[in-house]
Design a protein around this ligand. Sequence first.
Ligand SMILES: Nc1ncnc2c1ncn2[C@@H]1O[C@H](COP(=O)(O)OP(=O)(O)OP(=O)(O)O)[C@@H](O)[C@H]1O
Length: 310
Amino acid sequence: MDTAAVEVTDLVKRYGGTTAVAGLSFAAPRGAVTALLGPNGAGKTSTIEICEGFRRADSGRVRVLGLDPAADARALKPRVGVMLQAGGVPTGARAGEWLRLMAAFHADPVPPQELLERLGLLSAARTPFRRLSGGQQQRLSLAAAVIGRPELVFLDEPTAGLDPQARMAAWELVGELRDAGVGVVLTTHHMEEAERLADHVVIVDHGRVVADGSTADLTDARQELRFRADPGLDTASLLRALPGECDVEELPGGQYVAVSADPAGLGPGFLATVTTWCAANGVLPEDLRVQRRTLEDVFLELTGRDLRES
Ligand SMILES: Nc1ncnc2c1ncn2[C@@H]1O[C@H](COP(=O)(O)OP(=O)(O)OP(=O)(O)O)[C@@H](O)[C@H]1O
C-alpha cells in the first residue's frame, strides 16, 4: 500500500503536430491533495485524462493505484472518482435522478440527498442537467465524482466558473476527502486554489513539470522585499549596500526582489537600508512590501510569464 496514488513517468501526448505533454513526470501521494497548476494549454487536461483512462499516451508510463489506467480500467472504475471539465452528464438527466443512478453503481455510496444539500443543489434536484447553471452543473459533476467514496478522485478545474460561496463549499468538500484518506489530483490555473487546497503542487508549463513540491517548499517559506520602479536600476549597487548575504534581482516589468539568506535578516534594518538607498539614488519604490513568495511569483520567476496572463 506504499505505492503512490498516481505515478506518471516521462509522459508524452501529441495531437498531430502539437505536443501537448512533453515528457512529464510526477507522483501524487495517497491521502493528499495534489494540484497540477499551470496556464491554459499547459497539458494538464491531457495528463489527467490519460490517468483517467480516457486517452492513450504516445509514450511514458502511468500507474493509478498501482494499476495501468488503460489495461485495468474495469478494476479501477469503482475505486476512482472522475470529474470531467465538460461535465459528462446526459443533458436530459435530472440532478437528483442522476446522483441516485450513480449511487446505485456503488456498494456504499454517500446518500445523494446529503451531497445535494452539501453542494447547494437541493432546489435544483428535479432540474434537467441542460437547464442547470454552469456552476450547478460543476457541482453536480463534483458530487457524481465523490458519491462512490473513491480511494482517489480526479478533478479537472473543479471550481472554474463557481461563485465564491460555491467555491468555498467545493474546497471544504475536497479538504474532507483528504482528511478521510482519499487521494485527490486536481488541475487548476488558480494559484490561490493550489495554495489553499494542495499539500503538493506540480507546476506545469508547455507540457513539462517546471517545479514540484509542497507549497512551503516551492515558496521557500521565506520572506522577500518587493518593489516596482523604472527598469534598469543598479542592482549591484543596492546589493553592496545591504547587510550580510543577500540577493537582489530585477524581474520583467520593473519589479525588484530582494532576499536575505539570514532567516532573521529581513527585518526593519533591511527595509530601512533599501529605502535609504532608493532615496540616495532618486528612486521612488512603488508597491513596496515585505511578503512571503507566492506560487504566482514562483511561476513568474521560472517562466518569465504571469500565470494569469499566459
Ligand atoms: N483533442 C485535441 N486535439 C488537438 N489538440 C488538442 C486536443 N486536446 C488538447 N489539445 C492541445 O494540446 C495542448 C494542451 O491542452 P490541454 O487541454 O491538455 O491543456 P490544459 O493545461 O488542460 O489547458 P486548459 O486549462 O485550457 O484545459 C493545447 O495546445 C491544446 O490546444
